[in-house]
Structures are given as C-alpha cells and as structure tokens.
Design a protein around this ligand. Structure first.
Ligand SMILES: O=P(O)(O)OC[C@H]1O[C@H](OP(=O)(O)OP(=O)(O)O)[C@H](O)[C@@H]1O
Ligand code: HPA
Ligand SMILES: [Mg+2]
Length: 179
C-alpha cells in the first residue's frame, strides 16, 4: 500500500495537531450547547473519531452515508443517500463533519436537506478543502488544510475503496489509476 504513494502531502503529526486545534475552536463555539455532530460516511469516519475526542463540550452523534464518486476520481454529480440519520434534526445545532470538499456537490445537497428538516443552525467542519474542484459556491466554517488540485488518498479518503487506512494523506502514483 505504501508503495502506491507517490508523495505524502500531510503527515500524521500535522493531521493530529490540526485536529486538536479544531477541537479547541469548536469547544469554544459550542460552549453551553450540545450540538448534534453528523459524520458523512464513509470518508469522514476517521476524522470524526479523532475530532470528537478533541471536543470538550457534550455532543451527540449521528451518521449519514452518501456517495457520489464510486470507483472514479471524478464526482458523478449525483449524490446518493445510502444511510439516512437515525434522529430528528429539528431545532438542533448541527455540526457536519466532512473529510473533504471538492466540487461541493455532496455538502450543498446535505445542507439543503437538513435546512428543509428545520435544523436550528448548521455549521460545517472539513479537514480538507480543494477549492480548485468547486462547481457550486460553498465554504466550510472551519477548514483544516487547503489542498492542491490533485486526487488524494488516506486518512479516510479512498480510491476505489482502498487507502482509507493510511494515517497520512498522499497522492497516488499515476499508474495506479490506469490499473
Ligand atoms: O465535494 P464533492 O465533490 O462532493 O466531494 C466530497 C465528497 O466525496 C467523497 O465521498 P464519496 O462520494 O467518495 O464517498 P465516500 O465518503 O464513501 O468515499 C468525500 O468523502 C466527500 O464526502
Ligand atoms: O481527492 C479526493 N480523494 C478521495 N476522495 C475524494 N472525493 C472528492 N475528492 C476526493
Ligand atoms: Mg470516496
């Protein structure tokens, strides 16, 4: 697996340090409240696990699975709900946890959905942002790292379901995509 990586963009240490910082900021933002933290599966599961441990206010958690990339490096443009939330978001302060915003299609779809379900507030924290990929106008309130225009893997991010378990983020060797 390590041999498939051309370049490490963000190390494990850099990721962990940034997540601690985000946790501190979010703990201040939500002081006195109990947000419903929503993990966007599958990609965000590792970030979610580390982030909630760095948040010191009480939180409730739920999970939603959506997919638009499949086994491709390009968004299909169609966001498919694979698993919906278990709880109602009505009147809740929602914190959406994403691994990456690329085209922005996944999040714009989710935000619209949660607005229609009458959430009290909706904030987004994303570990990675790739502004060059954007096809809809959308920004997260909190962003960990801004990435260059390259398809990345690791720390939850996959290519054809592999590489999610790398503890760092990197770029694959080009020959991997043509296999
Ligand atoms: O801004 P966008 O262009 O919509 O891309 C970002 C979304 O794409 C990825 O999910 P994917 O559809 O690959 O599903 P996965 O999380 O199960 O890998 C990623 O985890 C984000 O949710
Ligand atoms: O760069 C990426 N890597 C993995 N999954 C993704 N989904 C959107 N962009 C990416
Ligand atoms: Mg994916």
């Amino acid at each position: 697996m390590q041999n498939d990586i051309q370049e490490v963009l963000i190390t494990e240490e850099e990721l962990q340090q940034k997540i601690k910082e985000l946790g501190r900021t979010l703990s201040e933002e939500y002081a006195g409240r109990t947000p419903l933290v929503i993990c966007v599966l599958k990609g965000a599961f590792i970030f979610m696990a580390d982030l909630v441990k760095a948040i010191t206010v009480p939180v409730e958690m739920d999970f939603m699975a959506v997919s638009s990339y499949g086994a491709s490096t390009k968004s299909s443009g169609v966001v498919k709900i694979i698993k919906d939330l278990d709880v109602s978001v009505e009147g809740r302060d929602i914190l959406i946890v994403e691994d990456i915003i690329d085209s922005g299609l996944t999040l714009s779809y989710l935000i619209e959905l949660l607005r229609n379900r009458n959430a009290a507030s909706i904030n987004v924290v994303t570990l990675f942002d790739k502004p060059s990929g954007r096809t809809v106008n959308l920004e997260a309130r909190y962003t960990g790292f801004v990435l260059p225009d390259e398809f990345v893997v690791g720390y939850g991010l996959d290519y054809a379901e592999r590489y999610r378990n790398l503890p760092y983020v990197g770029v694959l060797k080009p020959e991997i995509y043509s296999n």
